[in-house]
Design a protein. Sequence first.
Length: 200
Amino acid sequence: MSKALKNLSRSLGGTPEEINKLFAYMKKDSARGAVASMSSLIEEALASAIKHRLVPLTEKEESNLFENNGPLSTLSSRINMGYALGIYGAKARRDLNLLREIRNAFVHSIRHIEFDTPEVAQLCRTFYCSEAIEGFKSDAPRDQYFQAATRVTMCVALHEYDEVWKRLLMSYPEYSDDPPQTVRYLQSHPSSSEVDSPTP
């Protein structure tokens, strides 16, 4: 694959309109195709969020980490690293792992699987973020999957967007009471400068 095409295929898009078009396309695709596309988007959102928190890397260094057999080349490893870096908390990590399980069922199975296959439908009802979505339990499994996948992906990719779009995304309340471990640590262990600063 050419470098230009590779970069294009991994771009998340910079505007709400682009993201909305991508999700609209996926919602019309076959179940297997939609899950594969959504999983690719999640993987790239995680990679981008992780890179955003690392020291600047050369193209080769990034490749060694995120491609082929690199330590961050799998969805599972990226989910774990995102949590370890404090990008999201345990609830978002749980929903990401649930999306990963559904992806594995669709992509690796030789059987024909749909969203309303009982085992898949059961998982789609158990996303943590469903608690914040009105009418979620009565939605079709396919709609449940996309609602959850959209929200957790936006949570991961907040750094990609401008402040107006970030405020819209943060109106999703499901993960707001679940700060990452690093945030909880900083909240309970103020820096020495904060402790030692004299009261004005």
